[in-house]
Design a protein around this ligand. Sequence first.
Ligand code: ADP
Ligand code: MG
Length: 386
Amino acid sequence: MATHSANLSERFQQAWGSQPRLFQAPGRVNLIGEHTDYNDGFVLPAAIQLQTRIAAGPAPGRQLFVKSATYPDDAVFDLDDTNPLPRKHWSDYVRGVALFLEREGLTLKGARLLIESDIPPGAGLSSSAALEVATAWALLSDSGLHMELSKIAQVCHRAENEFVGVRSGIMDQFASCYGRRDHALLLDCRSLEMRYVPVPHNAAMMVCNTMVRHELGSSEYNSRRRQCEQGMAVLSRFLPDIRALRDVSAAQLARFSAELDPLIHRRCRHVIEENRRVLTGAQALEHCDLVSFGALMMESHQSLRLDYEVSSPELDLMCELALGVEGVYGARMVGGGFGGCALALADQSAIETFVPTVMEEYRRRTGIACEIYQCSAADGAGPIGG
Ligand code: ADP
Ligand code: MG
């Protein structure tokens, strides 16, 4: 990372002639717990070493100057405009964070931000949350302000949901803020309580990008959320105390299954079982039991494929190929579905064969050159170099 930061610093100086301060926020991969977040459930993400870095320096007045090393079109904002509209531009993430920081009652100073990232965007590793969280760190520091980490995560989450207009859970921002080297984070999406869970040293997180994203992703995501609400509407007639699917046990679901449309029943079953898998999985990791954890990952994948119906042929193939490599404990699709990445948990000893085998076989079967990122659990966001 040291050379990255030096280059970023230099580029900032070339552009704006002053010495910047540097901040980073990591991407994340979710080990288990898919489509549980918006049902008030549990997730188990880890921050990863792929990160977004921002070089930041002051600007006169209340102007915000923003450049990305990877995206075209710089942007300029006036922080005194208290009712900005999104421009459908990457800089909306930055503007949204600034807006919601100020809505917390803070007054930011003008700033210049130069952004770079090694997180592949749109692959499900949460380059968006990394951008938001790095922006929050840069703007707060530049203004000499402090905010608690959980508040930063919530502000960034609001920026993405309410300003950029992407409906997503809070997991991404939490993982980017609270990541810890060699640990995953068991997060209760209702109370936002969390517990660190060690990721055993012999496990490598291999993130395999199918390089395919099917268009129906976002409409199907919204439809799954609606279906969960429909399930809740029926179940709460019989179980008046429940507030979300997270409150329903497998036994209760079985008891009232005849009341539910079969499709809604399957959707609910995925969420309820997936919550159980997250909690059991966290315990398995705590006992260094990668075999049990791997088995839960495979159950999760099958449930996402058959009950929740959000997998894709490419994701299924990627998991099948990963599982064919000796030393792989488990594999599953990650993220909303319909494309993006699969995650395989592999023994360190399997890495050398894993990459060429999966890449070659995936290319042979699909004609597509996939990308594989070997990830390790990393620390959360903060200043670079003290
Ligand atoms: P994911 O979070 O899974 O990577 P999203 O679609 O949520 O995918 O977020 C990707 C978007 O975030 C990009 O299209 C872009 O608008 C913004 N973004 C991410 N990284 C950068 C960057 N380095 N510079 C500018 N914009 C970025
Ligand atoms: Mg995102």
